[in-house]
Design a binder for this molecule. Structure first.
Ligand code: SAH
Length: 282
């Protein structure tokens, strides 16, 4: 049980008039950084996104809470309005915590908000967080890299500013780039994305996983194949927020699903890549 910040560190003060732009991680409050916790303890006001787990706000009982939810397809405050609200609150002398899901600089518009703040002369601190595309997959027992499968990872957004699949994305190049492809915001355009990757040369039989509400008590995981992903997702009834992972790393869940192991399940396959002898001799 954690009740205090660890001692022997000069924890920075969130001064009046400052905005700290912090990542909240993918869900589980334990995935907050200590700097984010330190900010929650001091903030006068917390402006948070839809993807921030509500339990995290309980760490800031003294703070006013402002919901600035942005979720694909639903009405939400305009980005410019959120940024200007932050400027106003800072100018009013508040200690402002802007809390965003995952990492604020990964597909989270944190860069845009920080640009607006800095251009208005507001002092900022950036506190990185654990991004859903890494930490959320880890909670599903999927490592984004493994020596036997891939030496690079590609992180992709399935939406652009208009909510459409980014027309500027070259799916063929993405298909060829990395053994592991991690896609954020991919559910709306799943059919176009998977077709683009297969056209770009990925094997329709390639293992994939879809993880929804990762690192929360609602987490669900679908293991599938690239060519069947659209149908399997439709059949499963899975809803966003979801991380899609394409690549052989997803097979490792058969041995690394640590949550299932903790609940008493046996590993499904101790050597899902069929590489035991190879890695032992390496
Ligand atoms: N800054 C965030 C990403 C914001 S974009 C980060 O670093 O994680 C929003 C997208 O992130 C969602 O559509 C989904 O694709 C993904 N996402 C965020 N939290 C998630 C979670 N707990 N489970 C699954 N996907 C999540």
């Amino acid at each position: 049980m954690v009740t205090h910040l660890p001692p022997a560190h000069d924890w920075p003060a969130l001064e009046p008039g400052w905005v700290w732009l912090c990542g909240a991680g993918p869900g589980d409050p334990g995935l907050l950084t200590l700097h984010a916790l330190n900010a929650l303890r001091q903030a006068d006001v917390v402006i948070y996104d839809a993807l921030v787990e509500p339990a995290i706000l309980d760490w800031a009982p003294q703070a006013e809470r402002i919901h600035a939810g942005k979720r694909g397809g639903k009405p939400s405050p305009r980005q410019r309005d959120i940024s200007l609200r932050l400027v106003e609150l800072a100018r009013a002398g508040k200690r402002v915590l802007r809390l965003k899901g995952g990492d604020p600089f990964v597909f989270g518009r944190g860069g845009e908000e920080a640009q607006t703040l800095i251009s208005h002369g507001i002092p900022v601190r950036i506190v990185p967080g654990i991004t859903a595309g890494i930490g959320g997959l880890a909670y599903a027992g999927i490592p984004v890299t493994h020596r036997d499968t891939n030496q690079s990872v590609t992180f992709v957004t399935g939406h652009d500013q208009t909510g459409e699949t980014p027309g500027s994305l070259d799916w063929g190049a993405i298909a060829r780039a990395s053994g592991t492809i991690v896609i954020y915001m991919g559910m709306k355009h799943l059919a176009r994305i998977t077709a683009g990757l297969i056209e770009g040369g990925r094997d329709p039989g390639e293992p994939c996983a879809v993880v929804t509400d990762a690192a929360t008590p609602r987490q669900r995981v679908l293991e599938t194949r690239l060519g069947r992903m659209v149908d399997d997702v439709a059949e499963s009834g899975l809803e966003p927020p979801a991380i899609l992972c394409i690549g052989r790393v997803t097979l490792l869940r058969q041995v690394l699903d640590w949550q299932a192991l903790a609940a008493g399940a046996a590993p499904r396959d101790l050597d899902p890549l069929g590489r035991r002898s190879a890695s032992e001799s390496a």
